[in-house]
Ligand binder design. Structure first.
Ligand code: SAH
Length: 464
């Protein structure tokens, strides 16, 4: 196989990034946008010894699992990877990915996984689910401002104000901002030169409350004629918060370190189940509220609280899971690295009248071990007690120092909420080597049309 060869391949499998996998005489080809069961014509872009990458040129025989994408930019855009795959098959793929990692990386036997794994939780309508969107600004060939999405793996902007995963009001907001920029000659930020003002806009929408937040990320300290932009944005029903976050660094990080309220409040409110949350521009908040309720519901079910328990919620963000559990527990401790998120968490406890939740700022892998050691010092060597520990780490999973302390504390249950099943499998292997047993696994589809999958797991301490 050589670069630029045109080949015909039948797609037999799917890779971790959602690409189709075809084999030709033992040679493996990864073909983006091809679906299992397709017969395709593809052009080889990169050829290694035993495998290569090819571009989908023509679908010679479409797979029965192939659907036409809702978004015309589905292939070009980096946001969705598997929009052309029937939704039921997407769910199968995700359940298989979690299982594969638990087997391969976690070393869990197939018959155990058969017993403990519950069916993946999918969505009824797998579009329009995102409550948050960040659109970059750029400049088109005619020098006009554009906004949309980065094409896969690049920073080229595909002009599109109508993303199929987002809410309809995004489009209205983006059109207002683009018209304003054109009228007042406000330039988009240019990554290469570091010049230009508007970098990104963050839009948040409360599904339960219909409140809207717009936060402009700017390469500077003010937006000229901001009053006029605010006047126009305020006309949108539900507008609650308009803010600005200065970010003058040449970096891929979207948000600045702080934000200023330009109009309205500095936050919007949303509800998950019967808990209300205040969300500011810099807080982490789950992007799919419908599935989040199901995810937290599963975490709550796995925690199996009776009322008097002591619970730790590590990587707690704005206290979402903590508050969900607090109503059923004796005491909940939340730990989170971002100070603003902890401020939100405390306020969220307050507005919900929850008094049995306490929050700490810091790294989970430092706060918990320090608490554990200080407790032992102050209580004559006695071990700090927890009934349930919940962890919901970012993709890199938990630090080993944290897992060590969890094992030492020995809570009856550990509930692990994960957005990366590879690091989940690694961490579960550790805990299962330290006296825990895998009891339940449930994938939840928080991000339909993409290859990402969330998983909730329950571990139970073995009684010795
Ligand atoms: N449980 C929350 C947030 C989960 S996302 C929710 O469901 O809304 C993971 C969170 O972990 C983020 O808020 C991130 O800021 C935080 N985080 C990342 N590294 C951390 C660390 N080492 N210690 C504590 N929190 C951390």
């Amino acid at each position: 196989m050589q670069k630029n060869d045109i080949v015909t391949a039948e797609i037999e499998d799917i890779g971790v990034n959602g690409e189709g996998i075809g084999k030709i005489d033992g040679y493996t080809l990864f073909i983006k946008d091809a679906v299992i069961g397709d017969v395709v014509e593809a052009k080889i872009m990169k050829a290694k010894k035993s495998y290569g990458y090819a571009r989908l040129m023509k679908i010679l025989r479409p797979s029965p699992d192939r659907v036409s994408p809702k978004c015309p930019y589905a292939r070009k855009c980096g946001g969705c990877q598997i929009q052309e795959m029937e939704y039921g098959k997407q769910l199968e793929f995700k359940a298989g990915k979690v299982r594969g990692n638990l087997e391969r990386i976690g070393g869990f036997p197939g018959d155990l996984l058969d017993r403990v794994t519950e069916p993946v939780i999918g969505m009824e309508t797998p579009f329009g689910y995102r409550n948050k969107a960040q659109f970059p600004f750029g400049t088109d060939r005619d020098g006009e401002p554009v906004t949309g999405f980065y094409a896969g793996r690049t920073h080229d902007i595909i002009a599109n104000t109508d993303c199929a995963l987002g809410v309809p009001v995004n489009r209205e907001i983006l059109e207002i901002i683009l018209a304003f920029m054109k009228e007042y000659g406000i330039r988009s930020y240019d990554e290469k030169t570091g010049k230009g003002l508007l970098r990104h806009v963050l839009i948040r929408y409360g599904f339960a409350t219909k409140e809207i937040m717009v936060c402009l990320i700017v390469n500077g300290s003010r937006i000229p004629h901001a009053d006029e932009l605010i006047r126009r944005l305020r006309l949108i029903e539900g507008m609650t918060s308009i803010a600005m976050s200065p970010n003058t660094r040449q970096t891929n990080v979207i948000m600045g370190d702080s934000y200023q309220v330009l109009w309205g409040q500095g936050f919007i409110t949303d509800c998950i189940g019967d808990v209300r949350y205040q969300i500011s521009p810099l807080s982490f908040y789950q992007v799919n509220p419908v599935q989040t309720e199901r995810l937290y519901g599963t975490a709550l079910e796995y925690a199996d609280l009776k009322g008097g328990e002591t619970v730790w919620d590590l990587y707690c963000g704005i206290g979402t899971i903590s508050l969900f559990l607090a109503r059923k527990a004796g005491k909940v401790y939340g730990v989170e690295i971002i100070p603003q998120a902890i401020e939100d968490a405390k306020r969220n406890a307050e507005i919900n009248g929850i008094e049995n939740a306490e929050f700490f700022v810091g790294k989970a892998e430092q706060v918990l071990p320090e608490y554990y050691e200080a407790y032992a010092r102050e209580h004559g060597g006695e071990t700090a007690h927890a009934d349930v520990v919940v962890v919901d780490p970012p993709r890199k999973g938990c630090d080993e120092a944290l897992l060590r302390t969890i094992a030492d504390m020995g809570p009856d249950k550990v509930v692990y909420v994960s957005c990366d099943s590879a690091t989940l499998a690694r961490d579960l292997k550790y805990l299962c080597g330290e006296g825990y047993e895998l009891k339940k696994v449930r994938p939840v589809d928080m991000f339909p049309e993409t290859v990402h999958v969330e998983t909730v797991v329950r571990l139970q301490r073995k009684h010795t």
